[in-house]
Design a protein around this ligand. Sequence first.
Ligand SMILES: [Zn+2]
Length: 271
Amino acid sequence: MGGGGVVVIVIALAYMLLTGNSPADILGGTTSDAGGAGEEGYVGDCTAEQANTDAECRLNAAVQSLDAYWAATLPEQGGVDYELPEVVSFTSAVDTGCGSATSSTGPFYCPADTTVYEDLAFYDQLSSQFGAEGGPLAEMYVTAHEFGHHIENQLGLFERADRSGTGPESDSVRIELMADCLAGMWAGNAATTEDPDTGVTFLEPITRDELDQALSAAAAVGDDNIQRRSGGDVNPEAFSHGSSEQRVKWFSTGYNGGTIQDCNALDASTL
Ligand SMILES: [Zn+2]
């Protein structure tokens, strides 16, 4: 992954300079050779059977479950009504309220247009590039993490946090760890979250193997793992998303019955 990292950093800098609004992606800086015809789709309906075979349909199932979970949980625990985010899946490139982005950004949330941008090619990269186990729950963790940023945005935390810096105690890391924790909250409740219209649950109970997939994905996108895999030394001062251990810890906090308050890494004394 040698020179690719440099290219990505340049793109990311240009992106921030142009928009003044960095995308809250799941990674600090990812590399991607995603090519092919640029494809952009809005998440629509599909059958349960398709959800088992098709990444976009799995995304759809996760999105519906996330919407139902947060529509019930955010008012109760956060004191604000849940507004549905837009969800746009893309491969290669996409224009957003935060500027244009490519697959090098990976999945991200844009607060300006309250939209989750899902890079479907990133699911494969999780395993091939970052060493995650892969699997459906790993994919859903990615989506749930971006929804976590939407929840943070609705709670007004993006306005309070200074996401321009890096480092182990930075607001950038805190915002990312909180998104992992909020993703864990959803995962811990996903099997009992029902479609409000039909009363049917969106997902089967999560197995130990599936939980391990999500934990493996959280560990894979830790800053230290990414730094090591890109051939560099671990440099905490460059952390933007937290270490593998921290990401697993915060996801687990949410998963094991944590509340929004428990997930508040922005104000936590220890990360
Ligand atoms: Zn993130």
